[in-house]
Design a protein around this ligand. Structure first.
Ligand code: ZN
Length: 164
């Protein structure tokens, strides 16, 4: 396994529509292993392949319940419901945060590293991460949904309110 470099906003990789994965081979497995190591090192909730410069429909999402990374290949949202408004950040926009409204429950289908289709449902932070990561695969970022990055003061206020 190896750490991969996370590209930052402004890099062309983050604005491209990624191609589907068709070969579930050793190269894909290496990418997934490297992404898991990179994500763990960065303590993130999710990471999409374009963030490490690979324009393929691959992402990892931290499952809040199991605290394990779900490997999603060619993922699609199949249903979504409810609404949540909360803090969101991105490893490609380090040190910045915004408030984004997302569905509260999101059901997806995806392939695993061997090409088998499965479905998964996420609520709260996991639902947010599904939306955030799948968006990356179409060249979009959460920053398109915010009117401004939180100031240090706003961030502190938000975190204090969360604790109450
Ligand atoms: Zn992101």
């Amino acid at each position: 396994m190896a750490l991969r470099k996370i590209v930052e906003q402004g890099d062309d990789c983050l604005t491209k529509v990624c191609r589907p994965v068709t070969d579930f081979n050793a190269r894909l497995h290496q990418l997934l292993d490297d992404m898991a190591e990179t994500l763990e090192e960065a303590s993130g909730a999710g990471l999409a392949a374009p963030q490490v410069g690979v324009l393929r429909r691959v992402c990892l999402v931290l499952d809040e319940d199991t605290e394990e990374y779900l490997e999603l290949i060619n993922p699609e949202i199949i249903t979504q419901s409810g609404e949540q408004t909360g803090l969101e950040g991105c490893l490609s926009v380090p040190g910045k945060w915004g408030i984004v409204t997302r569905p509260n429950v999101v059901r997806i289908k995806a392939q695993d590293r061997d090409g088998n289709w499965f479905e998964a449902e996420g609520e709260g932070l996991t639902a947010r991460a599904f939306c955030h990561e799948i968006e990356h695969l179409d060249g979009h970022m959460y920053t398109e949904h915010i009117d401004h990055f939180l100031t240090e003061e706003e961030l502190q206020e938000y975190l204090e309110e969360e604790e109450e």
